[in-house]
Design a protein around this ligand. Structure first.
Ligand code: B12
Length: 302
């Protein structure tokens, strides 16, 4: 597993520091450090824990994250899960996610938006969305489930991300395609971020987009799609309970002869994707945007 290494702190050397030094540097008792490794695998190590254990800088980083999570009141088992999520992201994205989550913890909307802008500068727009924004949202979801953050923090973070997407969309390049792509949540679904993020990526690929947003009834979707002369329609459903109604929308759009694309956790299993007209967009938004563009361009919509 690759880890994010923060700027050197002088706490460790290249071969690592003994547990006593790690304990002193982190202000965490030695037995606690041993228990984190034994019970939760933080940090991950091939070596058996013992008195000759030495902590390298990436391992110190993992321990620092664990210490800070627990200090915020998270149970050790949940903290370990969060640390593993953060460390699973390689390169600068891990650090950007961490800073975004810190801004979220401070309820700092400007800070959240600033981290997204920074992520775009570092990773490009596609990278910002797939490697920073969505993983950060998943982490917030995990915290919310564990009772580690409340609904207001989740909502504030969501709204900050949506405002950032909206602002970026206003400055997207002039479209080069004629007919718009319509994007809508399934009739039962409120989860719009993936949809709004995809619209931004499509706009940056030259496509005009109309985002209809949350809980779009099947009839409204088909009426709007026909009226706008839609080149294609994207439907997203997160909740398995909303799958049936989303499927009705997909089928209705397909029956109007409009290319239809769909995504979301409601279609996460192979079985849930069987015998649905149109194209499944997968899980990475940049790949989804490329697939939509390739399909519509091939079909002569550009
Ligand atoms: C923000 C949020 C909300 C906000 C949404 C605001 C908004 N405008 O979007 C609000 C507060 C409204 C909300 C409400 C609810 N939510 Co909510 N929410 C979230 C949260 C934290 C982030 C959602 C998000 O944008 N994720 C980013 C997405 C894109 O990531 P992802 O889920 O991993 O998606 C992957 C794929 O599914 C796919 N994908 C998903 N969307 C798209 C879109 C496109 C275009 C493409 C190509 C791919 C794609 O690609 C992703 C990458 O791997 C998630 C946590 C999470 N893990 O995501 C919960 C989560 C989705 N919510 C959940 C639940 C249960 C609810 C509620 C039922 C809670 C309640 N009891 O009221 C309601 C349902 C309301 C409704 N009818 O839809 C569950 C869903 C569990 C399930 N599978 O059934 C989650 C997973 C949290 C959890 N762990 O329990 N939620």
């Amino acid at each position: 597993m690759s880890v994010v290494t923060p700027p050197g702190t002088g706490e460790s050397e290249s071969h690592g520091v003994p547990i006593a030094v790690a304990s002193q540097a982190l202000h965490v008792p030695m037995p606690t450090l041993r228990s984190w490794e034994l019970r939760y695998g933080i940090p991950e190590s091939d070596r058996p824990p013992g008195k000759h254990r030495r902590y390298t800088e990436p391992e110190m980083h993992a321990l620092r994250l664990m210490r800070d999570e627990i200090a915020r009141g998270t149970r050790a088992s949940v903290a370990a899960k969060s640390v593993r999520t953060l460390l699973g992201v390689a390169g600068p994205a891990g650090e950007l996610i961490q800073h975004l989550l810190e801004a979220s913890n401070r309820l700092d909307t400007d800070g959240i938006r600033a981290q997204l802008t920074k992520a775009t500068d570092v990773l490009g727009l596609d990278g910002c969305i797939d490697e920073v924004m969505l993983p950060a949202m998943r982490q917030i979801g995990q915290w919310w489930m564990a009772g580690r953050c409340d609904l207001s923090q989740e909502q504030l973070t969501t709204e900050a991300a949506r405002a950032w997407l909206d602002k970026r969309s206003a400055f997207a390049p002039t479209p080069t395609a004629m007919n718009p792509i319509i994007l809508a949540c399934g009739p039962g679904d409120l989860h719009t971020i993936g949809l709004e993020a995809l619209a931004l990526l499509l706009r940056h690929r030259g496509w005009p987009c109309r985002v209809l947003g949350a809980r779009v009834p099947t009839e409204s979707l088909t009426t709007a799609s026909v009226a706008a002369g839609a080149a294609g329609v994207v439907i997203v459903a997160h909740l398995p309970t909303g799958r049936r109604r989303a499927l009705a929308s997909i089928t209705a759009v397909h029956e109007r002869g409009i290319p239809v694309f769909w995504a979301g956790n409601a279609f996460s299993t192979r079985r849930s994707r069987a015998q649905i007209p149109g194209s499944y967009l997968g899980v990475r938004l940049q790949d989804a945007a490329d697939l939509v563009v390739a399909t519509l361009s091939r079909d002569g919509h550009r």
